[in-house]
Design a binder for this molecule. Structure first.
Ligand code: GLP
Length: 248
């Protein structure tokens, strides 16, 4: 596991974007797992810049997003479909036919989850999975206690996560979805390479546990320690509680 400590959010984002861009240049038809949340926004901004100014070509990539709220239509401004379209896909030349985001309105959610797993396999697996981290150490929507071998499925969100995300729903808890479809921890661990980003003091405890704590399902991100090619990039605040010596 490579841990890179950067000073600022922008430096963290640019460093992360370098890894994504290098993969796309090396393998134009790469399969990339994208994440939502505020953390990867800077990385996406930099990818858009690289596309517009340096011709980074997204036309052959395939994408799989980590998760989606159950019950939100793709047009809902807080759906992860809407997020990905507005913050990345509409600004680059990704082929909509190769974009996969869990369908929160699926009639048969269990069947949809099986299909999602099959699709990932059909495309040959995910080359690079981008991850954020929740304040409680969740990855995607795998909340504490999730099986470390889990696959794509429906999960109940914890109160903590719902409160953290209430700011996107007019701070009205009644509007915050209670369930999500999420790739499992096993699904994420099957990716060839992982890239986890964390920014801000709210993530310092989660990062301390993820990098220097014992592996436990109670802090799902700690499983990243078991991955063969994982990079964690933090800014100064998110890395403030780390005591080891890491790359700058
Ligand atoms: C949500 C997402 C996660 C994300 C987390 C942190 O729960 N499902 O994928 O990592 O939020 O979000 P943020 O980056 O906004 O702190």
């Amino acid at each position: 596991m490579l841990v890179i400590k950067k000073e600022t959010y922008d430096e963290m984002s640019v460093e992360g974007a370098k890894i994504v861009a290098a993969l796309i240049r090396k393998k134009p038809n790469a399969v990339i797992g994208f994440a939502t949340g505020s953390t990867p926004l800077g990385l996406y901004k930099e990818l858009i810049r690289l596309h517009k100014e340096e011709g980074l070509d997204f036309s052959k990539i395939t994408t799989f997003n980590l998760d989606e709220y159950v019950g939100l239509r793709p047009e809902h401004p807080e759906s992860y479909h809407y997020f990905m379209w507005n913050n990345l896909f509409k600004h680059v030349n990704a082929d909509p036919r190769h974009i996969h985001i869990p369908m929160g309105m699926a009639d048969d959610i269990d069947r949809f989850c099986e299909w999602y797993e099959e699709q990932i396999e059909e495309y040959g697996g995910i080359d690079l999975q981008i991850l954020g981290i929740g304040a409680n150490g969740h990855i995607a929507f795998n909340e504490p206690g999730s099986s470390l071998g889990s696959r794509t499925r429906i999960k109940t969100l914890t109160e903590e996560t719902r409160k953290d995300n209430a700011r996107f729903f007019n701070n009205n808890m009644d509007e915050v979805p209670k369930y999500a479809i999420t790739m499992g921890i096993g699904t994420i661990m099957d990716a060839w390479e992982l890239l986890l980003l964390a920014s801000g003091s709210g993530k310092a405890d989660a990062i301390k546990m993820t990098v220097e704590g014992p592996i436990t399902a109670m802090v799902p991100a700690t499983i990243v320690q078991m991955h063969q090619i994982a990079t964690i990039i933090v800014d100064r605040e998110a890395g403030a509680k780390l005591t080891g010596i890491y790359t700058g």
